[in-house]
Design a protein around this ligand. Sequence first.
Ligand SMILES: [Zn+2]
Length: 465
Amino acid sequence: MSGNSASLPGTGRFQIDLKHNCLYYEGGLIDLDPQDFKVFRALYESSPAFLRVQEILDIAWAGNNPRTFVGPNSVHQSIPKIRKALSDCGNGKILWIVGKRNRGYRLAWQGKDIEREHYISLKSHGEPGTGVLQDRILSRVELTDTQLIALDIFKSLLWTYQFPAPLHVIEPGRDEWRLQRIDMHGNGDRGVLITARFIDRRIPDSMFYFSSTGNLEWTVDAEPNLLDHDGQSLPRAWAFKHVIVSSTPAGSTVWAALINNAGWSGCVLRINARGRATVQFANAGFVEWLCHTAIDGDDCLIVCGENNAYDLPFVAVLGIDDPPCGSAPGGRSRYRYANGPDGNTRKYILFPKTELIRILDRPYGHANRMEQSVDNILVAVEAAELGAHFRYHFSLGLEPKYVFPSGNYEFQHRELEQAGKVNHLWPNCPEFAEPLPLKLWTPQTGWTDGTIRWRDNPWKDDPAD
Ligand SMILES: [Zn+2]
């Protein structure tokens, strides 16, 4: 068998070929359509743990056309087809799918406990398999502050990697993007991409890509080749802020948003499957977050952050296959790069300086997070102190839709009223009387003035008193 094939637990009569995406029972091919195979594979790689429906969607539909609607029903329609296929083999008592409300699905198999012991003892004696796993396959990875630990389907150790220095630990809900499983080469082998931030800040942030067998294929340091407007080097204080991956059948591309902690600069790096990094977007300020969209059939990135040439937060869209580009022209020239790319973004939008930001005498609020849904890109822009945002909604093509305040914005407004810093009451706030202004730039139109309307005001409903 090749390195990408294995027998499955449950008497070993099932065989999976991860290179060709095929499942066999006693040597005969099981008829599963490619999408159902991907669902089966996601369960296989994580069993015996449960996978939630959203996790199955994230894994099994990764890299599909983003305009095709996918939701929980896609999973619920796939599971019965896989169950039917498995139940046709060995009376359905060898390998099957268990589903639990609120926990999702997992694979289960006959005689698993005995087999697990048998399997481990076989591996530890280095004997060739006799109907059990021939090649153990990476199922789960764990990251500690010093080590990457790779485990197989039985949570037995496959390999480890010791980092050169201790790392910041990943915080759930904040930077899970630092650990991703990706099929870098488009050959079915899902490796591990780690974006490491070292505790010792003298060591640059670094990205590590491992094959599923633990081979460190490449590393990329956060050190883009950009010079300031005078042609001088920028401080060596770059950090990765966010990393996403776009996939095609030919393989994956890694996109990294960077900021310079000792200065004003930021960019997006494009990193190919061999770990070659080039600047795809050089911005006159931090780039804080990325997402992936399609416009008129073209793969695009949406990026957000700040623009120091205008002292305003921004969101922009760039074509993945367009030439590398810089931020929109104009503003203060000292925030340009001597060697920045010449191309253009498809659209560049500046958010306004809003009321409380002005009153608090802050230079601007950061656009530090985006969320993507089926038909929305949502950009959260700081609108006062910590915890107060304006949430700007755009279409997937970055057409402005509406905006509303969120978090504790109303509370902060009222606090500033009481402190005498705001001269009107929240229900009478003049900022909500008119749509908010936006500055829009495209290569075809140059700069134009636009607006974004307030969403109907549910936050100003009758007071509950
Ligand atoms: Zn106000």
